[in-house]
Design a protein around this ligand. Structure first.
Ligand code: AMP
Length: 630
């Protein structure tokens, strides 16, 4: 294998690479660096992300720049702020031994005046997103008289993101004999147009995409019901204490939903998507980089180019349509020679797509497993005992205190104490309602095998035992009935029908009993909108008064609430509680299972959120259930 010395790079750069721990050049680096160092002309590098492109153009660029001149000599365009920052960081590391070099990042969403100040101080290299660079050029803050190199990194992605006009503007206004180095994963039609319009007889290096799926990634697929995907993530996190991963969703809305649901259950996760402000995205990325998060839940676009060390897992909450996206996603793990796992959570309908991805990319998926609760329990309990043994004793716990407690334990044996302590840990694992095996190995029809909740006794306030009551400002006047409310809550919060008890509905508001361990998930609806109606949701600790027409009835939902809605309900899930939480509940799940959109609504709402560029798309179902009968 070649090392960096033979590529013709200067000693200060070789020293920088040694500091960074880069020993051998990657394929794109081996092929591109010697050409770029010698060839005074345009260049095309066709390679996927994660192949080492930054150093492939960055190293020759650094050797070709005149560090003694303070003029802008190179522009690097990148599709996202994150990528621009990463490129800058890597350029700075590589050029550590080079001398006075200023690499300035500029991108939208940050204070332009600070960026102008940095440029005025004398930037030899500017790394920019297209929109902000165009803005700065229009303000005449970027002078291009001395420009020698224009690098377009991830050019296909910049065009996908709608930067076509900006790129045309930048290229046409900087036509002063500079060389263009264009890097792209594909030679799409639009890329070809740029090449034909602006480039002259470019040299080309192409890295065969078949070889680019990192060999250190283990690809797994797990077939399960769409409605079990969140639970699967929880189990992965429960099982593997060291998990540090990125979960990819298809839409901003799914991304937010998954993150909210995990967060509400105490898992350190955050969303990353384009509806978040730049400050929010930066904060999330910082927490992730610092490993304060276990999982980052991201859209393809937002996570493009993220380079964070030691990502152990990439999880495809939903498969992408395009195999190339699979490569981009899975390339977040197994970086720099490490190993990683890429897990596709698929429903039965996805098998064909999985085969397509596997054959296009020349990879093989092995069958993975969602850890069973028994395995999680075993692992957690052994971890628990280890930690208990390691636990340092607080110096404030003196003999007197120990003696006092010992007295109260006088009649309890050591075994009993251990068993009692264990019970606490054990219960915290098993408190969830579902103990079922999530791995769907069946070939037949989709079936719902989650255990049905036993109907509980009531507290003095009328709340079912083990549940909490929540107020929701949605009532009959909002064109909703109990069944539709149930469906709406299940679809938007991830709470299952079996975890919901009594529903009391009046004209203007409703009360809903929800199993304690998932109850707070309903608070994600607070402040959101449903059909233009601002939702207010809060825990209700008083007695619930049932509307006059329901009093005398049994007040439960389903067949037990008497009169009003019975007909409508019966015409759907088959009557009564049983009908809904099983056949109604499962049909609800069934619908979601093929929409691949667990916990976040139906296909049509997903399509809306896909195409939506609006900012608040997480406001629930937006009438997805309106025409639907329950
Ligand atoms: P890139 O495609 O430029 O985003 O690089 C992908 C990842 O590989 C980054 O984490 C780089 O730091 C790392 N990398 C790039 N080139 C090398 C190399 N020659 N040796 C080791 N790691 C590298």
């Amino acid at each position: 294998m070649k090392n960096f010395e033979v590529l013709g790079l200067s000693q200060p750069l070789l020293n920088g690479l040694a500091d960074m721990g880069f020993e051998n050049p990657t394929e794109i680096q081996q092929q591109s660096i010697p050409i770029l160092l010698k060839h005074d002309g345009d260049f095309i590098g066709l390679a996927q992300t994660g192949t080492g492109k930054t150093a492939a153009f960055g190293l020759p660029l650094l050797d070709l720049i005149d560090v003694n001149s303070r003029e802008v000599q190179a522009l690097i365009l990148a599709p996202t702020r994150e990528l621009a920052q990463q490129i800058c960081g890597q350029m700075e590391q590589m050029s550590k031994h080079l001398g006075k070099l200023n690499v300035v990042p500029v991108f939208g969403g940050a204070n332009i005046m600070n960026q102008i100040r940095d440029i005025r101080r004398g930037a030899q290299i500017i790394v920019a997103t297209p929109g902000r660079l165009m803005d700065l050029m229009k303000r005449r803050e970027v002078k291009l008289d001395a420009l020698k190199y224009m690098v377009l990194d991830e050019a296909d992605e910049m065009l996908n993101m709608g930067f076509k006009e900006d790129i045309d503007f930048i290229l046409s206004k900087s036509d002063t004999g500079r060389n263009i180095w264009l890097f792209s994963a594909t030679m799409a039609r639009e890329i070809k147009r740029i090449v034909d319009t602006y480039m002259v007889q470019p040299e080309e290096v192409r890295i065969n995409p078949k070889n680019i799926v990192n060999k250190n990634i283990e690809h797994q697929s797990i077939q399960l019901k769409a409605s079990d995907k969140i639970e699967a993530l929880r189990r992965f996190l429960d099982y593997d204490e060291d998990m540090f991963g990125v979960v990819f969703c298809r839409t901003k809305r799914d991304t937010q939903n998954v993150a909210d649901q995990l967060n509400n259950n105490g898992y350190a996760t955050e969303a990353l998507h384009g509806d978040m402000s730049q400050a929010q995205r930066d904060a999330a990325m910082k927490r992730f980089r610092n490993k304060n998060l276990k999982l980052l839940i991201a859209t393809d676009v937002a996570a493009r180019g993220i380079d964070v060390d030691d990502i152990t897992h990439v999880i495809h909450f939903a498969l992408p349509d395009d195999p190339e996206f699979y490569t981009h996603r899975s390339g977040r793990t197994a970086r720099a020679g490490k190993k990683g796992v890429s897990i596709a959570l698929i429903t039965r309908g996805d098998n064909r797509k999985l085969k397509f991805i596997a054959s296009k990319l020349g990879i093989e998926f092995t069958q993975g497993e969602v850890p069973a609760l028994e395995a999680i329990t075993q692992k957690r309990i052994s971890r628990w005992s280890e930690n208990m043994i390691k636990q340092e004793i607080n110096e404030k716990i003196d003999e007197q205190l120990v003696n006092a407690v010992q007295e109260s334990f006088a009649d309890v044996t050591k075994e009993e104490i251990i068993a009692k302590l264990l019970t606490k840990e054990y219960n915290s694992i098993y408190k969830r309602n579902s103990i079922s095996d999530l791995n769907d190995r069946s070939k037949g029809r989709d079936r719902d095998d989650s255990p049905r909740r036993e109907r509980g006794k009531r507290t003095s306030r009328g709340t079912e035992e083990g549940m909490k009551t929540y107020f929701i400002n949605l009532g009959l006047k909002d064109d909703i009935n109990k069944g539709a409310l149930l469906g709406y809550v299940c679809d938007t919060t991830g709470i299952s029908g079996a975890q919901i008890g009594r529903i009391v509905m009046d004209k203007t508001h409703s009360y809903m009993d929800i199993a304690e361990d998932v109850a707070s998930q309903i608070l994600t609806l607070d402040g959101k909108q449903r059909n233009g109606h601002d939702l207010r949701v809060n825990e209700h600790k008083g007695v619930v008064k049932e509307p006059a027409r329901e009093r005398g009835g049994r007040g439960g939902r389903g067949g037990r609430s008497g009169g009003g809605f019975k007909g409508r309900r019966d015409s759907n899930g088959g009557g009564g509680f049983k009908g809904r939480s099983n056949s109604g509940g499962s049909s609800h799940r069934g619908r979601r299972s093929d929409s691949d959109n667990s916990g976040s609504g139906n296909r049509s709402s997903r399509r809306r959120s896909d195409s939506s560029s609006g900012s608040n798309d997480s406001g629930g179902n937006r009438g997805g259930f309106k025409g639907r009968k329950w």
